[in-house]
Design a protein around this ligand. Sequence first.
Ligand SMILES: [Zn+2]
Length: 272
Amino acid sequence: MTASALPVLMYHHVTEKPGLVTVHPRTFREQMAHLAGAGWKTAGCRDLEAFLAGAELPDKSVLLTFDDGYLDNYVYAHPVLLEFGLHAAIFLVTGWIGDGPARRHAGMGGDVPECPDHREAMAAIGAGRADRVMLRWSEVEAMRSAGSFEFHSHTHGHRRWDRDFADSAARRRALAEDLGRSRAALAARLASSAHLCWPYGYREAGYAEVAREAGFRFLYTVERGANTRDTPPEAIRRVVVKDRAGAWFASRLTLYGHERLARLYLALRGRR
Ligand SMILES: [Zn+2]
């Protein structure tokens, strides 16, 4: 059996502090246990590339993605992925990733760093204290070599260029410069990547061209839906994962693993 569609799931935080775009570590473990127990295989971004180019993917393939690159991904998600032999991708805001020794994760036992909710994380970044809530390159490297995560771009500065630049030519120049910096940072630290996820899911006419010129060929959105071989590489769909396991999680995988089911479901919900 081969897959007709690849669900791409979207996470942000995995932490014990409840809040926006957050899954509790206990829920995350239940979700991963479900994947492993029900025979799901976690694809990498390269598998998605091959699938969109016409290659076959095993049935029950799923791509797990995390946005931004929070410290909690290392503290809580990394040990669970290792436990179940699963794999995921993180889209890093490369300008928010710092240096310094790797901290402790939950799989090591003992005390782990405090991982705040989304609001507090944003406040820390705004106050110039990103290191308290974001990954360090040493942790990125530890996860990459352990095989739990691969890393791609979520831009360098995570901005809304449309709000910061009224003039569209200036906006595109600023975006091009940012994407160039992000791609260079990834290439210098890890390996060059052609995969980019738009901050806030925001994109407009002309953005894809700027991304293409910067070397990004696979662009991830926050539009819900299944990805089939016909999905344009510059409009990859993703599904938000809520802090729910059990039947809810299982049904998302089934829905977005079948193109027709997903389309029917979204039509019934009044969304295309
Ligand atoms: Zn983001």
